[in-house]
Design a protein around this ligand. Sequence first.
Ligand code: FE2
Length: 254
Amino acid sequence: MGRGIERLLREGPLDGIFINGENLAGGRGLTSAKMEECYRLGVTAMTSGNHLFDQKEAEGILASDPRLLRPENFPSSCPGSGHRIYTLRSGFRVGLANLIGRTFMAPADCPFAASDRLLSDFEETPDPPDFIAVDIHAEATGEKQALAFHLDGRVDLLYGTHTHVQTNDLTCYPGGTWFVGDVGMTGPRWSIVGSDPISALSKYRTMVPRPFRVAEGETLFCALLVTVDPRVEKEDRFQRCAIRLLREPDGGGS
Ligand SMILES: [Fe+2]
């Protein structure tokens, strides 16, 4: 990831960097040490997903580090928050939210109702965000597209994560919301959604569980590069926002 960010920085300054960090710790959850590495690279904040609690540290991190979001539609008794406003170096304020899907996923509260609640919260803030981005961490394309229609004209950007496979569907919806089904993974290129292909293929062929191992070798950097022209009215999202979908070789190792 560091090499991809450094390449972008050679093109120009980045006001903020947001990642989904749920698999920072060798493909299973996240740790404070791995998060610190990301902050040193310039990461502003991170969303998460179904692997959030794979490491024991996560509960404590959620309660103490406001740069980590958990899905908003986890139970309200879960520590942390699913949406916050982050002020970037320029003073531009980004409202970032994290939702998790329910189709082919573990049970969670309704992401549609949760999105309504968090948007009300952003609207009622004395100083509302200049830009609202939502990470929908979900398996099913249909559920992500349904959320795109639900949020169309209400948020600036809705982007999918979780499948690890980038989709070629970056679109500005009729109401002005930008949407992409899945940003894709920054991780091993020759892998089965990040896993070593030999052990993952063996499990698929035989049904015998194999130890999970992160694949090694060449890596891919997948990201969205979002440029916002603050001179354009907030409501004119199509003119205000330019987005590039990136999927680039990232060199050897991870
Ligand atoms: Fe996930």
